[in-house]
Design a protein. Sequence first.
Length: 141
Amino acid sequence: MTTDHIVKSFDEDLKKLDNIIAEMGGLAEVQLADAVEALIKRDTDLADRVIAGDKKIDALEAELDGQATTTLALRQPMADDLRVTITALRTASLIERIGDYAKNIAKRSVVLAQSPPLGPTKSIARMATLVQGMTKDVLDA
């Protein structure tokens, strides 16, 4: 939701929050898909990349927190703009948690790659597809 504000930089601040959320969401989707692929294919290199990639999502959350705090302090948003800012903070926290879950799956897949293959990988793949679809739907909304 965009409205034209008298101070154009306020619109830019809100747009930047949206852009960070979109970037975080895209990264979290990829991280989750890669973590599940690493688990199913027993790919420890991919799992290691997922584990390392979590830092980017964490950094984006910190950037969004700073941007939102600055927006709240300097712009003192009211009504819809305040809701947009608060929602961005909450959404970033939830996306960061998705990244943490992906990292956790990747860590477990490294350990599981050392043991005999899992039997229910088709069930895991099916559940992961459902979760990824739900995540995409939420981020698109």
